[in-house]
Design a binder for this molecule. Structure first.
Ligand code: F6P
Length: 341
Protein backbone atom coordinates (compact mmCIF):
# COMPACT_ATOMS: atom_id res chain seq x y z
CA UNK A 1 0.00 0.00 0.00
CA UNK A 2 1.30 3.40 -0.92
CA UNK A 3 0.51 6.97 0.05
CA UNK A 4 -0.30 9.72 -2.40
CA UNK A 5 3.38 10.39 -2.99
CA UNK A 6 4.18 6.78 -3.75
CA UNK A 7 6.02 6.13 -0.47
CA UNK A 8 5.51 2.77 1.20
CA UNK A 9 3.45 3.02 4.37
CA UNK A 10 4.79 -0.04 6.13
CA UNK A 11 5.97 2.09 9.05
CA UNK A 12 2.43 3.39 9.46
CA UNK A 13 0.91 0.17 10.72
CA UNK A 14 -0.33 -0.99 14.13
CA UNK A 15 -1.38 -4.42 15.28
CA UNK A 16 -4.18 -3.56 17.68
CA UNK A 17 -7.52 -5.30 17.17
CA UNK A 18 -9.75 -2.23 17.02
CA UNK A 19 -12.95 -2.60 19.08
CA UNK A 20 -13.63 0.90 20.42
CA UNK A 21 -12.96 4.02 18.39
CA UNK A 22 -13.01 7.61 19.64
CA UNK A 23 -13.90 10.40 17.22
CA UNK A 24 -13.38 14.12 17.72
CA UNK A 25 -13.56 17.36 15.76
CA UNK A 26 -10.99 20.01 16.54
CA UNK A 27 -9.87 23.46 15.35
CA UNK A 28 -12.12 25.66 13.21
CA UNK A 29 -15.37 23.84 12.46
CA UNK A 30 -16.26 23.16 8.84
CA UNK A 31 -19.55 22.30 7.14
CA UNK A 32 -19.56 18.56 6.49
CA UNK A 33 -17.90 17.55 9.74
CA UNK A 34 -21.24 16.10 10.84
CA UNK A 35 -21.50 14.00 7.69
CA UNK A 36 -18.01 12.67 8.47
CA UNK A 37 -19.05 11.79 12.03
CA UNK A 38 -22.08 9.98 10.65
CA UNK A 39 -19.92 8.00 8.22
CA UNK A 40 -17.56 7.06 11.05
CA UNK A 41 -20.45 5.77 13.16
CA UNK A 42 -22.14 3.83 10.37
CA UNK A 43 -18.90 2.31 9.06
CA UNK A 44 -17.87 1.28 12.56
CA UNK A 45 -21.22 -0.43 13.09
CA UNK A 46 -20.74 -2.21 9.75
CA UNK A 47 -17.45 -3.62 11.04
CA UNK A 48 -18.77 -4.36 14.55
CA UNK A 49 -16.77 -1.54 16.19
CA UNK A 50 -18.11 0.76 18.94
CA UNK A 51 -17.79 4.54 18.52
CA UNK A 52 -17.45 7.17 21.24
CA UNK A 53 -17.84 10.86 20.51
CA UNK A 54 -15.30 13.03 22.32
CA UNK A 55 -16.71 16.51 22.96
CA UNK A 56 -14.91 19.80 22.22
CA UNK A 57 -11.86 18.33 20.48
CA UNK A 58 -8.87 17.43 22.63
CA UNK A 59 -10.39 19.41 25.53
CA UNK A 60 -12.93 16.60 25.84
CA UNK A 61 -10.13 14.15 26.67
CA UNK A 62 -9.01 16.45 29.49
CA UNK A 63 -12.50 17.21 30.72
CA UNK A 64 -13.51 13.56 30.30
CA UNK A 65 -16.45 14.44 28.08
CA UNK A 66 -17.34 11.48 25.93
CA UNK A 67 -20.55 9.73 24.85
CA UNK A 68 -21.27 6.54 22.92
CA UNK A 69 -22.61 7.18 19.42
CA UNK A 70 -24.94 4.85 17.54
CA UNK A 71 -27.00 5.09 14.36
CA UNK A 72 -29.78 6.98 16.11
CA UNK A 73 -27.31 9.65 17.34
CA UNK A 74 -26.36 10.44 13.76
CA UNK A 75 -29.76 10.45 12.05
CA UNK A 76 -30.52 13.47 9.86
CA UNK A 77 -27.08 14.83 10.53
CA UNK A 78 -25.55 15.39 7.11
CA UNK A 79 -27.51 18.56 6.39
CA UNK A 80 -26.43 20.25 9.60
CA UNK A 81 -23.51 22.70 9.64
CA UNK A 82 -21.11 22.95 12.58
CA UNK A 83 -20.21 19.82 14.51
CA UNK A 84 -22.43 18.00 17.00
CA UNK A 85 -19.28 17.06 18.89
CA UNK A 86 -18.34 20.75 19.19
CA UNK A 87 -14.79 21.94 18.72
CA UNK A 88 -11.96 23.70 20.49
CA UNK A 89 -8.39 24.85 20.04
CA UNK A 90 -6.93 23.18 23.15
CA UNK A 91 -3.73 24.85 24.36
CA UNK A 92 -3.24 22.43 27.26
CA UNK A 93 -3.07 19.47 24.88
CA UNK A 94 -0.10 21.10 23.13
CA UNK A 95 1.93 20.46 26.32
CA UNK A 96 3.23 16.99 27.22
CA UNK A 97 1.57 17.15 30.65
CA UNK A 98 -1.79 17.78 29.04
CA UNK A 99 -1.32 14.86 26.69
CA UNK A 100 -0.29 12.58 29.57
CA UNK A 101 -3.55 13.42 31.32
CA UNK A 102 -5.51 12.88 28.13
CA UNK A 103 -3.93 9.47 27.67
CA UNK A 104 -4.75 8.48 31.26
CA UNK A 105 -8.39 9.12 30.39
CA UNK A 106 -8.12 7.20 27.10
CA UNK A 107 -6.76 4.17 29.00
CA UNK A 108 -9.71 4.28 31.41
CA UNK A 109 -12.17 4.28 28.52
CA UNK A 110 -10.73 1.31 26.58
CA UNK A 111 -10.58 3.38 23.42
CA UNK A 112 -8.08 1.62 21.18
CA UNK A 113 -8.04 4.02 18.23
CA UNK A 114 -8.81 7.66 17.47
CA UNK A 115 -10.20 9.46 14.44
CA UNK A 116 -9.40 13.17 14.50
CA UNK A 117 -11.31 15.44 12.12
CA UNK A 118 -9.77 18.88 11.56
CA UNK A 119 -6.73 20.65 10.15
CA UNK A 120 -3.06 21.03 10.92
CA UNK A 121 -3.35 21.55 14.68
CA UNK A 122 -5.70 18.58 14.96
CA UNK A 123 -3.28 16.34 13.10
CA UNK A 124 -0.36 17.49 15.23
CA UNK A 125 -2.27 16.35 18.33
CA UNK A 126 -3.15 13.00 16.74
CA UNK A 127 0.41 12.42 15.58
CA UNK A 128 1.67 13.03 19.13
CA UNK A 129 -0.79 10.47 20.54
CA UNK A 130 0.68 7.84 18.22
CA UNK A 131 4.29 8.92 18.73
CA UNK A 132 4.13 9.19 22.53
CA UNK A 133 1.59 6.51 23.48
CA UNK A 134 1.26 4.30 20.38
CA UNK A 135 -2.45 5.00 20.22
CA UNK A 136 -3.51 4.22 16.62
CA UNK A 137 -4.77 7.41 14.99
CA UNK A 138 -6.20 8.49 11.64
CA UNK A 139 -6.70 12.11 10.52
CA UNK A 140 -9.62 13.31 8.40
CA UNK A 141 -9.06 16.72 6.73
CA UNK A 142 -11.84 19.11 7.75
CA UNK A 143 -11.20 22.82 7.22
CA UNK A 144 -12.73 25.49 5.00
CA UNK A 145 -9.21 26.63 4.09
CA UNK A 146 -8.37 23.60 1.88
CA UNK A 147 -4.75 24.11 2.93
CA UNK A 148 -3.83 20.51 3.73
CA UNK A 149 -1.07 18.72 1.88
CA UNK A 150 -2.01 15.26 0.62
CA UNK A 151 -5.59 15.91 -0.41
CA UNK A 152 -7.11 17.90 -3.26
CA UNK A 153 -10.12 18.78 -1.13
CA UNK A 154 -10.91 19.24 2.54
CA UNK A 155 -14.33 18.94 4.14
CA UNK A 156 -16.05 22.32 4.26
CA UNK A 157 -14.14 24.09 1.50
CA UNK A 158 -16.81 23.68 -1.16
CA UNK A 159 -19.57 24.94 1.13
CA UNK A 160 -17.53 27.92 2.31
CA UNK A 161 -16.61 28.84 -1.28
CA UNK A 162 -20.26 28.69 -2.31
CA UNK A 163 -21.38 30.69 0.72
CA UNK A 164 -18.84 33.40 -0.07
CA UNK A 165 -19.73 33.34 -3.76
CA UNK A 166 -23.45 33.79 -3.08
CA UNK A 167 -22.74 36.60 -0.60
CA UNK A 168 -20.56 38.41 -3.14
CA UNK A 169 -23.19 37.94 -5.86
CA UNK A 170 -25.47 39.98 -3.60
CA UNK A 171 -22.80 42.60 -2.97
CA UNK A 172 -22.37 42.92 -6.75
CA UNK A 173 -25.98 44.06 -7.08
CA UNK A 174 -25.51 47.02 -4.77
CA UNK A 175 -21.98 47.66 -6.07
CA UNK A 176 -23.23 48.11 -9.61
CA UNK A 177 -26.26 50.20 -8.54
CA UNK A 178 -23.90 52.64 -6.83
CA UNK A 179 -20.92 52.23 -9.18
CA UNK A 180 -18.72 51.46 -6.20
CA UNK A 181 -15.53 49.59 -5.53
CA UNK A 182 -15.90 46.76 -3.02
CA UNK A 183 -12.93 45.15 -1.32
CA UNK A 184 -14.18 41.85 0.07
CA UNK A 185 -12.16 39.71 2.43
CA UNK A 186 -12.61 35.95 2.46
CA UNK A 187 -11.10 33.51 4.96
CA UNK A 188 -8.33 31.01 4.26
CA UNK A 189 -5.71 31.87 6.88
CA UNK A 190 -2.36 32.22 5.09
CA UNK A 191 -3.52 30.51 1.89
CA UNK A 192 -5.55 31.76 -1.04
CA UNK A 193 -7.54 28.68 -2.04
CA UNK A 194 -10.86 30.20 -1.03
CA UNK A 195 -10.04 33.59 -2.55
CA UNK A 196 -8.98 31.99 -5.84
CA UNK A 197 -12.11 29.87 -6.31
CA UNK A 198 -14.48 32.55 -5.08
CA UNK A 199 -12.74 35.28 -7.08
CA UNK A 200 -13.01 33.29 -10.30
CA UNK A 201 -16.62 32.38 -9.48
CA UNK A 202 -17.81 35.94 -8.97
CA UNK A 203 -15.86 37.40 -11.92
CA UNK A 204 -13.77 39.49 -9.56
CA UNK A 205 -11.81 42.34 -11.16
CA UNK A 206 -8.94 41.73 -8.76
CA UNK A 207 -7.97 38.64 -6.75
CA UNK A 208 -5.44 39.22 -3.99
CA UNK A 209 -3.65 36.14 -2.67
CA UNK A 210 -0.91 35.60 -0.08
CA UNK A 211 0.81 33.27 -2.57
CA UNK A 212 1.34 36.06 -5.13
CA UNK A 213 1.69 39.40 -3.41
CA UNK A 214 0.75 42.36 -5.61
CA UNK A 215 1.59 46.03 -5.34
CA UNK A 216 -1.48 47.87 -4.06
CA UNK A 217 -0.70 51.03 -6.02
CA UNK A 218 -0.51 49.04 -9.27
CA UNK A 219 -3.88 47.48 -8.47
CA UNK A 220 -5.40 50.80 -7.49
CA UNK A 221 -4.15 52.40 -10.71
CA UNK A 222 -5.84 49.67 -12.76
CA UNK A 223 -9.11 50.08 -10.87
CA UNK A 224 -8.89 53.84 -11.30
CA UNK A 225 -8.28 53.42 -15.05
CA UNK A 226 -11.29 51.11 -15.37
CA UNK A 227 -13.48 53.60 -13.48
CA UNK A 228 -12.35 56.51 -15.65
CA UNK A 229 -12.74 54.59 -18.92
CA UNK A 230 -16.32 53.80 -18.02
CA UNK A 231 -17.00 57.43 -17.13
CA UNK A 232 -17.28 56.34 -13.49
CA UNK A 233 -20.21 54.21 -14.50
CA UNK A 234 -18.84 50.80 -13.47
CA UNK A 235 -18.36 48.84 -10.27
CA UNK A 236 -15.29 46.89 -9.20
CA UNK A 237 -15.02 43.77 -7.08
CA UNK A 238 -11.76 42.97 -5.30
CA UNK A 239 -11.66 39.56 -3.61
CA UNK A 240 -8.89 39.40 -1.05
CA UNK A 241 -7.65 36.51 1.07
CA UNK A 242 -7.37 37.42 4.74
CA UNK A 243 -3.72 36.26 4.88
CA UNK A 244 -1.98 36.14 8.23
CA UNK A 245 -4.17 38.87 9.74
CA UNK A 246 -7.79 39.60 9.02
CA UNK A 247 -8.41 43.32 8.39
CA UNK A 248 -5.65 44.11 5.87
CA UNK A 249 -8.48 44.69 3.38
CA UNK A 250 -9.11 47.95 5.26
CA UNK A 251 -5.67 49.19 4.22
CA UNK A 252 -6.40 48.37 0.59
CA UNK A 253 -9.77 50.09 0.87
CA UNK A 254 -8.12 53.18 2.37
CA UNK A 255 -5.65 53.52 -0.53
CA UNK A 256 -8.51 53.34 -3.04
CA UNK A 257 -10.59 55.80 -1.06
CA UNK A 258 -8.05 58.36 0.15
CA UNK A 259 -5.43 58.32 -2.59
CA UNK A 260 -7.55 57.57 -5.66
CA UNK A 261 -10.80 59.10 -4.36
CA UNK A 262 -12.79 56.07 -5.46
CA UNK A 263 -16.15 55.44 -3.78
CA UNK A 264 -15.02 52.33 -1.90
CA UNK A 265 -16.55 50.01 0.67
CA UNK A 266 -14.86 47.17 2.54
CA UNK A 267 -16.64 43.99 3.57
CA UNK A 268 -15.20 41.19 5.70
CA UNK A 269 -17.32 38.08 5.13
CA UNK A 270 -15.94 36.45 8.26
CA UNK A 271 -17.50 33.49 10.04
CA UNK A 272 -20.56 33.37 7.80
CA UNK A 273 -18.23 31.24 5.64
CA UNK A 274 -17.92 28.57 8.32
CA UNK A 275 -21.65 27.90 8.79
CA UNK A 276 -24.62 26.57 6.93
CA UNK A 277 -25.77 23.35 5.35
CA UNK A 278 -22.94 21.56 3.54
CA UNK A 279 -23.05 21.17 -0.25
CA UNK A 280 -23.57 17.75 -1.83
CA UNK A 281 -19.88 17.60 -2.60
CA UNK A 282 -18.88 18.25 1.01
CA UNK A 283 -21.36 15.65 2.29
CA UNK A 284 -20.00 13.17 -0.21
CA UNK A 285 -16.31 13.67 0.48
CA UNK A 286 -17.03 13.68 4.23
CA UNK A 287 -18.79 10.33 3.87
CA UNK A 288 -15.93 8.87 1.84
CA UNK A 289 -13.23 10.08 4.22
CA UNK A 290 -15.12 9.19 7.42
CA UNK A 291 -15.74 5.66 6.15
CA UNK A 292 -12.18 5.28 4.94
CA UNK A 293 -10.79 6.40 8.29
CA UNK A 294 -12.61 3.60 10.14
CA UNK A 295 -11.69 0.98 7.58
CA UNK A 296 -8.03 2.02 7.61
CA UNK A 297 -7.91 2.01 11.40
CA UNK A 298 -9.44 -1.48 11.41
CA UNK A 299 -7.01 -2.61 8.71
CA UNK A 300 -4.02 -1.62 10.83
CA UNK A 301 -3.12 1.83 9.51
CA UNK A 302 -2.03 4.57 11.87
CA UNK A 303 -0.48 8.03 11.85
CA UNK A 304 -1.92 8.78 8.43
CA UNK A 305 -4.45 11.16 6.97
CA UNK A 306 -7.09 9.96 4.54
CA UNK A 307 -7.72 12.21 1.57
CA UNK A 308 -8.85 12.44 -2.01
CA UNK A 309 -6.59 13.06 -4.98
CA UNK A 310 -7.84 13.09 -8.56
CA UNK A 311 -11.10 11.58 -7.28
CA UNK A 312 -9.32 8.58 -5.77
CA UNK A 313 -8.95 7.95 -2.05
CA UNK A 314 -5.34 8.38 -0.87
CA UNK A 315 -3.35 8.08 2.35
CA UNK A 316 -0.65 10.50 3.49
CA UNK A 317 1.59 10.24 6.57
CA UNK A 318 0.30 12.69 9.17
CA UNK A 319 3.70 14.29 9.48
CA UNK A 320 3.68 15.11 5.74
CA UNK A 321 0.13 16.46 5.96
CA UNK A 322 1.26 18.70 8.82
CA UNK A 323 4.62 19.87 7.54
CA UNK A 324 4.39 20.05 3.76
CA UNK A 325 2.84 22.93 1.91
CA UNK A 326 0.16 22.26 -0.68
CA UNK A 327 1.05 24.34 -3.72
CA UNK A 328 -1.64 25.91 -5.84
CA UNK A 329 -1.46 24.86 -9.50
CA UNK A 330 0.57 27.43 -11.47
CA UNK A 331 -2.02 27.53 -14.25
CA UNK A 332 -4.53 28.92 -11.76
CA UNK A 333 -2.37 32.00 -11.21
CA UNK A 334 -2.20 32.50 -14.97
CA UNK A 335 -5.96 32.00 -15.26
CA UNK A 336 -6.56 34.56 -12.52
CA UNK A 337 -4.35 37.05 -14.40
CA UNK A 338 -6.26 36.44 -17.61
CA UNK A 339 -9.67 36.82 -15.94
CA UNK A 340 -8.93 39.96 -13.92
CA UNK A 341 -7.79 43.54 -14.62
O1 F6P B 1 -9.06 27.59 9.73
C1 F6P B 1 -10.37 28.01 9.54
C2 F6P B 1 -10.52 29.48 9.81
O2 F6P B 1 -11.87 29.84 9.58
C3 F6P B 1 -9.58 30.40 9.01
O3 F6P B 1 -10.00 30.60 7.69
C4 F6P B 1 -9.57 31.63 9.85
O4 F6P B 1 -8.37 32.35 9.69
C5 F6P B 1 -9.65 31.08 11.26
O5 F6P B 1 -10.19 29.78 11.16
C6 F6P B 1 -10.49 31.89 12.19
O6 F6P B 1 -10.40 31.31 13.44
P1 F6P B 1 -11.32 31.72 14.67
O7 F6P B 1 -12.68 31.10 14.43
O8 F6P B 1 -10.64 31.12 15.83
O9 F6P B 1 -11.42 33.20 14.68
Amino acid sequence: VEDSMGTELTSHKHNVAIKNVGVLTSGGDAPGMNAAIRAVVRTARYFGINVYGIQKGYSGLLKEEMTPLDDSSVDNLSQRGGTILQSDRCLEFMEKDGRNRAYEFIKKTNIDGLIAIGGNGTFTGAHKLWEEFQLPVIGVPGTIDNDIFGTDVTIGFDTAANTAMLAIDKIKDTASSHRRVFVIEVMGRNTGYLAMDVGLGVEADVILLPEKKKNIDDIAAKIDKKAKESGFNSSTIVVMAEGETSGLCNDVGRVLKDKYKLDTRVCILGHIQRGGAPTTRDRKIASIMGAMAVRDLRDGFTDIMVGISGWSPVRTPLLDAISKRKEMHNDLFLLADIMTL
